[in-house]
Design a protein around this ligand. Structure first.
Ligand SMILES: Cc1ncc(COP(=O)(O)O)c(C=O)c1O
Length: 451
């Protein structure tokens, strides 16, 4: 490794960062993170902070999960790569598909298709949803419905169902035949209410209206996150996802649950769908499936969809989709070890308990800081939305949000900001003491930003 000065001088000079403006990165280079231990990360200056971002919603078991590291090392020695395209497979992958069928059985999902990450998983769901209808004799079902504020990655299909303008505008035109419903967002919505149940029913009516307008027989699937993550941690009312499921069922529309964030315990339940008592037709997963230690993902497939493909005897059932790294043996080995550790530590229960503490602490901060307009969360996915004026709900200025982030970091905790939202998604192994540390540092950040 080159010396510190070299790294600092060349930071953001020869690479473009995802989700950032290259000029801005050159003017204000990003923090260089060099090490991780437990729930903490260490920057190039040796400063150690608690990672309340959890990598990027994915390092659920923290940075010192030795069994996962060991599984990766062992698999690299045994078989570092081999293709899973028709004709070959590998042993850890077969075992993983068995384990995942057990893991997701309660969600009605028993087949898996492997990918290199969340965007790949979403793309796979969208493509297989269309194919399902084709081989079921309904080839006109090609359209997708999604939620505003939803985040579904950045491939063209995923970006097309994405519900945030900043991931769409610069890349338009996107896929035709995609329609968006309002987000189940109690703080800001077009329904003039803060009642989550009223909002859920209003969106359901709009969904029905859109179906009637488009023709049910033209719609392939609805894609939604059970709890919307990157769009600002929007927690729908508990009736929302079941309502969406019921409407989909009545109209022959598939339901894709995008659980890239929520699939392995983050909401306090093992899956977001289970949290709301819903069985989706497809589920996209990635991120925490390998604890973030290896780029990997899995699409989980329901029995209904599996039956349609597996009973088909024509080329229509053949999957013309997949990635060089689908079913990578090192990723599979990492995922197997991660599942075992995830279950052993029952991180979903800890996410629920610590999440309740975090939300209570954020509400207490809201009572003392006018800057906080809204507090949201479920389990260990939480957000505060910053405003310059509570009455008018005017979003906080960029420099104010940055100040909160910077001072919180100086006080020993890394948080992520997205627009006027401060997003908290720490590893699911945090203790009550860690939660207190996050709140204390955030308090310092909010106090400094008040000026
Ligand atoms: C719900 C959801 N879907 C898809 C993605 C895309 O995943 P990736 O960044 O691994 O491609 C993300 C990433 O944050 C996500 O949160």
């Amino acid at each position: 490794m080159r010396e510190t000065n070299f790294l600092i001088e060349n930071n953001a000079r020869h690479l473009w960062h995802p989700m950032a403006h290259p000029a801005e990165m050159q003017a204000t280079p990003p923090r260089i993170i060099n090490a991780g231990e437990g729930v903490e990360i260490v920057d190039i200056h040796g400063k150690k902070v608690l990672d309340a971002v959890g990598g990027l919603w994915n390092v659920n078991l923290g940075y010192s999960c030795e069994p996962v590291k060991e599984a990766i090392r062992r698999q690299l020695d045994e078989l570092p790569y081999y293709s899973t395209f028709r004709g070959t497979t590998n042993s850890p992958l077969i075992e993983l598909s068995y384990e995942l069928a057990e893991w997701f059985r309660e969600d009605g999902l028993t087949r898996s298709f492997f990918t290199s990450g969340g965007s790949d998983s979403v793309e796979t769901c969208l493509r297989l949803a269309r194919q399902y209808h084709k081989l079921n004799g309904q080839p006109e079902r090609t359209k997708f419905v999604a939620l505003k504020k939803g985040y579904h990655g950045t491939h063209f299909g995923g970006a097309s169902v994405n519900g945030n303008a900043n991931f769409r505008r610069n890349y338009e035109p996107l896929l035709p035949g995609v329609y968006h419903l309002p987000a189940p967002y109690t703080y800001r919505n077009p329904f003039d209410t803060t009642d989550g149940a009223v909002i859920a029913k209003a969106i359901a009516r709009l969904f029905e209206d859109e179906i009637a307008f488009q023709g049910a027989d033209t719609i392939a699937a609805l894609i939604m996150e059970p709890v919307l993550g990157a769009g600002g941690v929007i927690v729908p009312h508990e009736i929302f996802m079941p309502l969406m499921r019921e409407i989909c069922d009545r109209h022959g529309i598939l339901l894709i649950a995008d659980e890239v964030i929520t699939a392995f315990g983050r909401t306090g339940a093992w899956t977001g769908s289970r949290l709301f008592g819903v069985k989706p037709d497809f589920m996209s997963t990635a991120k925490a499936i390998t604890n973030g230690y290896y780029p990997f993902g899995a699409v989980m497939i329901s029995d209904k969809v599996a039956e349609a493909f597996e009973s088909n005897k024509t080329a229509a059932g053949s999957i013309g989709h997949g990635y060089t790294y689908s079913g990578h043996p090192v990723g599979a080995a990492a995922a197997l070890a991660t599942l075992k550790e995830t279950r052993k530590h029952n991180v979903a229960a800890n996410a629920k308990a610590r999440g309740d503490e975090l939300i209570a602490g954020l509400e207490a901060l809201k009572a003392r800081h006018e800057l906080i307009g809204d507090v949201r969360g479920k389990g260990l996915m939480c957000a505060i939305e910053l405003v310059s004026d509570r009455e008018k709900k005017a979003g906080a200025a960029k420099d104010v949000v940055q100040k909160v982030q910077d001072v919180t970091y100086d006080a020993g905790v890394m948080v992520r900001t997205s627009g006027a939202n401060v997003i908290l998604s720490p590893p699911l192994i945090v203790t009550a003491g860690d939660v207190a540390r996050i709140l204390t540092a955030l308090d310092a950040g909010l106090t400094a930003a008040r000026g």
